[in-house]
Design a protein around this ligand. Structure first.
Ligand code: KG4
Ligand code: ZN
Length: 400
């Protein structure tokens, strides 16, 4: 590879963002363009798959062009094209994959298929490498927490001394997952239940700052894990033993039901409908957090703060218990919910207390983007792990 090379164009279209980015050597993002469909889907309170595919079709060409122009490189300069192969919406994935395949074929450049979840992990690793002061040494415990996923992975690098360490490929072991709703889904559903906008996570984040997180004591039915060493905090009841370790699963549908029950037993329905109607009337404008907070009484703000406190606490307990159980040397948190301010504060404090390095993505790389896809493709490109001509969409693609 020539000096200054290693240019990978990443393309991402697994859900409701059409994204393209050019990344050099897996670390240096020359451009990162995201066309979000959020406002389109907001009208429906969730992502509508057919609309998503149509929007990806409309956006993929201009988004790729924009990414190339901002990076100041030509298609001939590229060394490879990388694309998300799953998990995600089948029709949405296919748009990115079909475009990437045609481009790589036309240019005669290799194609690299990337797992979206691995991409989220590499968003953080890429930025941690740029910061140099916080090297993340494997094995790492990675929490991927978004609207569609809540997964814990033990990430290890296959050491190959002949290669640069940042070019060695990674392997992943899934050591926890949600058995029902994803954490981001719980944020979105509770926000909807309370008459707030979509996506709900950012609204809950903002409003929780104005409430008392200890007002409503939500619980997750934790029990002590049997096979864990002494001193490990309580873990989820659903922890199940496999192989030589434990699995740290999550469950978020219970807390959603608990919030619903609270709303019903505390006569909050009318207030919620009033808020929903006020926000719907204001639809065209994106309301300010002050305006939305003004539509929430103290009891609602306390409920929101308590919900967030409980969810973050559960994510924190499971993640740190797994890190301890598997002897991880650092923690990586990624996915849309990694943008949550309370999650960042509490995870950072816990990691500092334990002397464990921890890294989060910048806010721009927390949600879906293509820089993370190009970054995750880099070690595969170095190892010559290319996709075959029949690369297709794998909506349920697993990692590890
Ligand atoms: O990674 P992402 O953009 O898309 C998926 O792959 O799902 O994550 C979107 C999710 C949504 O559920 C959204 O409500 C949540 O991330 N989210 C947040 C915050 N920002 C986004 N949840 C809590 N606090 C936030 N600040
Ligand atoms: Zn994602």
């Amino acid at each position: 590879m020539r000096d200054g090379g290693g240019l990978i164009l990443g393309i991402e279209s697994s859900c409701d963002e059409t994204a393209a980015a050019v990344v050099r050597g897996g670390s240096d993002a020359l451009s990162n363009v995201v066309a979000s469909q959020m406002s389109l889907h907001a009208n429906y309170g969730g992502v509508v798959p057919e609309l998503a595919s149509r929007e990806h079709l409309r956006n993929v060409v201009p988004v790729v062009r924009e990414a190339m122009a901002r990076a100041g490189v030509s298609f001939e300069d590229l060394d490879a094209v990388a694309v998300t192969e799953g998990p995600g919406l089948a029709g949405a994935l296919l748009v990115g994959i079909t475009f990437a395949k045609a481009l790589s074929f036309g240019l005669g450049k290799p194609l690299v298929g990337v797992n979206h979840l691995e991409g989220h992990i590499h968003a953080v690793l890429m930025e941690a490498r740029q910061r140099a002061e916080a090297p993340m040494e494997p094995p790492l415990l990675a929490l991927v927490v978004s609207g569609g996923h809540t997964h814990l992975y033990l990430a290890q690098q296959k050491r190959d001394l002949a290669r640069q360490s940042d070019g060695a490929t990674w392997s992943y072991r899934n050591v926890g997952r949600t058995v029902d709703d994803a954490a981001g889904e719980a944020f979105d559903k509770v926000a909807k239940l309370l008459g707030l906008g979509y996506p709900g996570g950012p609204w809950i984040d903002v409003l929780a700052k104005r409430g008392n997180p200890r007002a409503v004591p939500f619980t997750f039915g934790q029990i002590k894990a049997r096979a864990l060493p002494v001193g490990v905090p309580v873990v989820n009841k659903k922890a199940r033993g496999v192989g030589d370790g434990l699995v740290f699963d999550f469950s978020f549908s219970g807390i959603k039901t608990a919030v619903l029950r609270y709303v019903e037993t505390h006569g909050m329905k009318q207030r919620i409908e009033t808020r929903r109607a006020a926000l719907a009337a204001d639809d065209a404008l994106k309301p300010s957090s002050e305006a939305v907070a003004a539509l929430c009484d103290g009891e609602t703000l306390d409920l929101i703060a308590s919900f967030q406190y409980a969810v973050v606490g559960n994510l924190l307990r499971q993640t740190f218990a797994a890190a301890e159980s598997f002897g991880a040397r650092g923690i990586v948190v990624s996915g849309g919910v990694a943008a949550n301010s309370e999650l960042r504060r509490r995870f950072q404090a816990e990691a500092d207390q334990r002397g464990l390095p921890i890294a989060f993505p910048s806010l721009a790389l927390s949600t879906d983007n293509a820089a993370m896809i190009a970054a995750a493709a880099w070690p595969k490109f170095v190892a010559g792990e290319f996709a075959s001509d029949d690369l297709g969409a794998t909506p349920q693609l697993r990692l590890g």
